[in-house]
Design a protein around this ligand. Structure first.
Ligand SMILES: NC(=O)c1ccc[n+]([C@@H]2O[C@H](COP(=O)([O-])OP(=O)(O)OC[C@H]3O[C@@H](n4cnc5c(N)ncnc54)[C@H](O)[C@@H]3O)[C@@H](O)[C@H]2O)c1
Length: 252
């Protein structure tokens, strides 16, 4: 990747998950400094898995401001100000609206939209001071199309995309770019959990693949590559954009 990532300081949320781990792998292979964070303790295993990497791990819930502060402080103490935020943590409850409780709605909106607000807000002051930076979010096909049994999830990922556009416009003059990736189904524990909740997981898997014109789902590295491209200076004139990584899903 033409050295654009070397020594650049990234903070990656949801780093212990399928896509997050790939982001961390690819970034550290290119010499970036990475603050890898997740609510799951096993995020610490990344430091062992990539022993030669410039990496610091932090456990915390990105939907809570005190945890976000702790995570950013840990990262800044090790590497200095965060230059690129990859806001990738995500949470889904697969239900239609009439089945969704108030608590479930709040959990999904908090997990996907509020967490992005908190992380972006915490990242911005240093980016404004530096006059540059990038914020990149993992959206979804659910950011742009309605999907059955994803009421709160579609609302939350739609919010992520609109937030990306708003931030892009607000901070374009400050050298800060803000973008999203919109994946279709990805082969991660997130998808496994979703399929396991269906009455017939095998038929569900086939239906999910068939819904994508390319008749498959994404591997996590394919989504990570798109996120890293948008976050890097290789995308220097791209802002307010959602890059679909969906095998043609929303093209139809
Ligand atoms: N897998 C898919 O089919 C799919 C499709 C479209 C979009 N996405 C999005 O991709 C992103 C990555 O998901 P994934 O597929 O790697 O799933 P994953 O479940 O493997 O990883 C998500 C990670 O986010 C972490 N996380 C969730 N809530 C958190 C919180 N409040 N604080 C800190 N960490 C938290 C989880 O612990 C987990 O490690 C998510 O934003 C998800 O919504 C996934």
């Amino acid at each position: 990747m033409n050295n654009v990532l070397k020594d650049r300081v990234f903070l990656v949320t949801g780093a212990a998950g399928g896509v997050g781990r790939e982001i961390v792998k690819q970034l550290t292979e290119e010499g970036a400094k990475v603050v890898a964070t997740d609510i799951a303790d096993n995020v610490h295993e990344l430091a062992k898995e990539f022993p030669n990497a410039k990496i610091v791990t932090a456990v915390g819930d990105v939907s809570k401001s005190a945890d976000v502060e702790k995570i950013f402080s840990t990262g800044e103490a090790k590497f200095g100000p965060i230059e690129s935020l990859i806001n990738n943590a995500g949470y889904m409850i697969g239900k239609a609206l009439h089945e969704t409780s108030e608590e479930e709605w709040d959990a999904v909106m908090t997990g996907n939209a509020k967490s992005f607000f908190l992380c972006a807000k915490r990242a911005l002051p240093n980016m404004l001071k530096a006059g540059k930076g990038s914020i990149t979010a993992t959206g979804s096909i659910s950011s742009v199309v309605g999907l059955p049994s994803q009421a709160a999830y579609c609302a939350s990922k739609g919010a992520v995309l609109q937030f990306v556009r708003q931030l892009a416009v607000e901070y374009a003059g400050n050298g800060i770019r803000v973008n999203a990736v919109g994946p279709g189904a990805i082969n991660t524990p997130f998808l496994t959990r979703y399929l396991a909740g269906l009455p017939d997981p095998e038929a569900g898997a086939k239906a999910v693949k068939d819904a994508h014109p390319m008749k498959r789902w994404a591997e996590p590295d394919e989504v990570a590559k798109a996120l890293i491209f948008l976050a890097s200076d290789n995308a220097a004139f791209i802002t307010g954009h959602i890059l679909m990584v969906d095998g043609g899903y929303v093209a139809g």
